[in-house]
Design a protein around this ligand. Structure first.
Ligand code: FES
Length: 231
């Protein structure tokens, strides 16, 4: 009996695709490294990947993985489907046709609006870690600046989210008639400005969090962490 495995799994998972599988390998190696080489708090510093605990990483991780900025890239460059709307070749074939947002992958991605709440809930921890690093030594060290930059960029990325834009100002025809009126409109305008830079913030904040982790691991291993200011 011939089993049609192509009908059972998403096409991307069975089609030989070195880009997709190398990405999956990098992701798996990253998670393995975070669990295998945990970073304990030291000298007032808490590694952002462990704030508040590495066990909650999957939730903000899901928020990041379903972000529109990355979706565009992995659909076009990893899954190779669907390709850009303006592209005359949409990447459709007999095995995979673009079916709107009905496929399992798209349905999962639509949970992004709920993962946003996990992304927002975790933000205060990064600011607390910055404060903790100051309170521990009574000085401003380079490591504290790295933690602050990380907190600000993560906030910028989270608050510029398209789903957050919808929460702030979507589904509304008249601001002056709605609760919060002018204030809400002004928040919406500011968020719209931030939203224009969402893709850049997505990539920069991703690099910053990895940099902060490596920086703190370096300091723990003996790299210099100069004091910039006595408080
Ligand atoms: Fe990127 Fe929501 S769209 S975080």
């Amino acid at each position: 009996m011939k089993i049609d495995i192509k009908g059972l799994f998403p096409y991307e998972l069975i089609e030989p695709n070195w880009r997709l599988w190398s990405f999956v390998a990098v992701l798996a190696a990253g998670f393995w490294a975070l669990l295998a080489y945990p970073m304990e708090a030291f000298a007032g510093y808490i590694d952002p990947f462990y704030s508040p605990t590495v066990l909650i990483v999957p939730l903000p991780g899901a928020f990041r993985l379903t972000c529109y900025a990355y979706r565009k890239d992995y659909h076009r460059h990893l899954f190779k489907h669907p390709l850009g709307c303006a592209n005359p070749d949409r990447g459709d074939g007999t095995e995979r046709k673009y079916t709107g947002e009905r496929s399992a992958v798209f349905q999962l991605e639509n949970f992004h609006r709920y993962f946003l709440y996990a992304g927002i809930a975790i933000l205060p921890f990064f600011y607390f870690d910055f404060y903790q690093s100051l309170a521990y030594s009574g000085t401003l060290r380079l490591g504290s600046i790295v933690l602050l930059a990380n907190a600000l960029l993560l906030s910028g990325w989270t608050l510029s989210c398209h789903a957050f834009r919808h929460i702030v100002g979507g589904n509304m025809n008249c601001y002056s008639c709605a609760f919060g009126g002018g204030l809400r409109k002004s928040v919406y305008d500011k968020q719209s400005w931030l939203n224009k830079h969402h893709e850049a913030l997505a990539w920069i904040s991703l690099l910053t969090i990895v940099f902060a982790d490596l920086f703190l691991r370096g300091v723990a291993a003996g790299f210099p962490d100069p004091t910039l200011l006595r408080l």
